[in-house]
Design a protein around this ligand. Structure first.
Ligand code: NAP
Length: 498
């Protein structure tokens, strides 16, 4: 396989169609090898201010372009992403570590989002509705908000950005995007694609830099009317309180503590496949990763045995190697957090059945690898069953009934994704009603969202907004109610009715 390379060793901000060098940089490290891939700018508030000023000008014009024409740009973006899918996937694996097969899947998600949101250019539906008075017309329509800020995490460096920027752009907004410092390459590549797609300059702007400087400057900037954020609980809560103070619209997608329920009538082999994929894919570093298995006590032993056997087959290493199933952990801080939870789990009395240690595999021993880990005999209240670990770690909790399984699933602060394996159709429908998560899967793992459905969670996972799906448009548009009176006289609502 030919491995692609970047044509630069230093990225630059993309502001108003210009590649702007800001001097200060930090290295982007390949988590599989410890090697530096490229240098990324560490911008400050002045870059944000410059980008917002330019974006404001561009947005005025962009909002007047008919939406079907705005959509043409997204079609073009989709075609270019499709053409460059393999390049994007390889670069994504290098900066993020996820295995190539998954990286291709993530890029595909972006391609799907481009075509789906381009279609919205011919919909962006509002409503017409009867007016109370004679000779009067009433309708509601979507209006762009203006300049919006999007802040994205390292674990899905391209898909999440497309969930946010594509609906924003088709709806007539301009975007300031701050990608995670760990994974800036997808932002650089996507900005180049937009540049080639005929997007007017200033509609999409990328500002690289740390959350504490660039991210914070975006949240503080009075002319950014929306902040759409995906990331950790702690950062999201801080952003929410600052946006609340400023009455700024904020959309938050944060953590998860997702569970797979395995009932006593489940197809156990299928459930094992679902657990392996959801718990150890992306090394457990997905917001939808399965980190709890809630198993009916009657099938606990069988499930454990088969799960352990399948875990042994997992190949761990550099995701660029097609035979690898589990890639590295993003960085040292991520590794330390996972290691801490090993001690916490053991101290809490959970039984470590597999894994629990750092691995020295990969090209030069400098990658961050952690063995797929299974804790058994966990209880619902333990910290390993309550807190997001963000690594290849699963806690197995045994229950006596369907009702108890639902209660355990719902007994966490997060509410992103859940899954149930059962062959009982009544249980299927009860579960999809009672599981308190934004996403529910039946006879599938906890990951596998499709872009035309709303993505997000209940409770501590967010604040009620959704990424992707037609619902994403609600974040980036204002509803406007329009009344047209063609009676030729002043008609007062609620008063001039006979
Ligand atoms: P994070 O540390 O909160 O970072 C997310 C983004 O926020 C990064 O771009 C970061 O910038 C930026 N940021 C950090 N501090 C900031 C501040 N004070 N003001 C503004 N922006 C700031 O989260 P992460 O560790 O990258 O991501 C993992 C988390 O994301 C997990 O909890 C996972 O569950 C969650 N996630 C949720 C979803 C979902 O849809 N629910 C999807 C994917 C991931 P820098 O990193 O460059 O400093």
């Amino acid at each position: 396989m030919t491995v692609v390379s970047l044509e630069t060793n230093k990225l630059a901000n993309y502001i108003s169609g210009q590649w702007v060098d800001v001097g200060n940089t930090t290295p982007v490290i390949n988590p599989a090898t410890g090697d530096t891939i490229v240098e990324v700018p560490l911008s400050d508030a002045s870059s944000v201010d410059h980008a917002v000023t330019q974006a404001k000008k561009a947005q005025k014009e962009w909002a007047l372009v008919p939406a079907p024409q705005r959509a043409e740009v997204l079609y073009q973006v989709g075609y270019l992403m499709k053409e460059r899918k393999e390049r994007l996937a390889q670069l994504l694996t290098m900066e993020n570590g996820k295995v190539l097969e998954e990286a291709r899947g993530e890029v595909q998600e972006g391609i799907d989002m481009a075509f789906y949101m381009a279609g919205e250019g011919r919909r962006l539906f509002g409503q017409t509705t009867p007016a109370e008075l004679k000779d009067k017309f009433a309708m509601s329509q979507r209006a762009p908000v203006g300049v919006v800020g999007i802040i994205t995490p390292w674990n899905f460096p391209i898909a999440i950005a497309t969930w946010k920027s594509f609906p924003a752009i088709v709806a007539g907004n301009a975007v300031i995007w701050k990608p995670a410092t760990e994974t800036p390459i997808m932002a650089y590549e996507l900005a180049k694609i937009f540049e080639e797609s005929g997007l007017p300059v200033g509609v999409l702007n990328v500002v690289f830099g740390a959350g504490s400087s660039v991210g914070d400057a975006m949240v503080q900037h009075k002319d950014l009317r929306v902040i759409s954020f995906t990331g950790s609980d702690a950062t999201g809560r801080n952003i929410a309180s600052e946006c609340g103070r400023q009455l700024k619209k904020v959309s938050l997608e944060m953590g998860g503590k997702n569970a797979i329920i395995v009932m006593d009538d489940a197809d156990i082999d299928l459930a094992v496949e679902g657990i392996i994929w959801s718990a150890f894919g992306t090394s457990g570093q997905r917001c939808t990763a399965c980190s709890r298995v809630i198993v009916h006590e009657k099938v606990k032993e069988t499930l454990e045995e088969r799960l352990l056997a399948k875990m042994e087959e997992l190949t761990i290493g550099n995701g660029l190697d097609e035979s690898i199933k589990v890639g590295p952990i993003i960085n040292k801080a991520g590794m330390d957090k996972i290691k801490d939870y090993m001690e916490i789990g053991k101290a809490e009395g959970a039984k470590l059945l597999a894994g629990g240690y750092e691995l020295n595999v990969g090209d030069n021993g400098k990658g961050n690898y952690f063995a797929p880990t299974l804790f058994s005999n966990a209880t619902a209240e333990m910290r390993i069953s309550q807190e997001e670990i963000f690594g290849p770690v699963v806690s197995l909790i045994s229950v006596k009934s369907f009702e108890e399984a639902i209660e355990v699933n719902n007994g966490v602060d997060f509410g992103l994704s859940s899954s149930i394996f059962t062959t009982d159709v009544n249980r299927v429908f009860q579960a999809q009603r009672d599981l308190d998560t934004g996403i529910v899967y039946v006879n599938a793992g906890t990951s596998g969202a499709e872009i035309h459905l709303p993505f997000g969670g209940t409770k501590g996972t967010g604040n009620g907004h959704r990424d992707s799906g037609v619902q994403a448009l609600d974040v980036f548009t204002e509803w406007k109610a329009v009344y047209v009176d063609y009676s030729g006289k002043l008609q007062r609502a609620q008063i001039d009715v006979d």
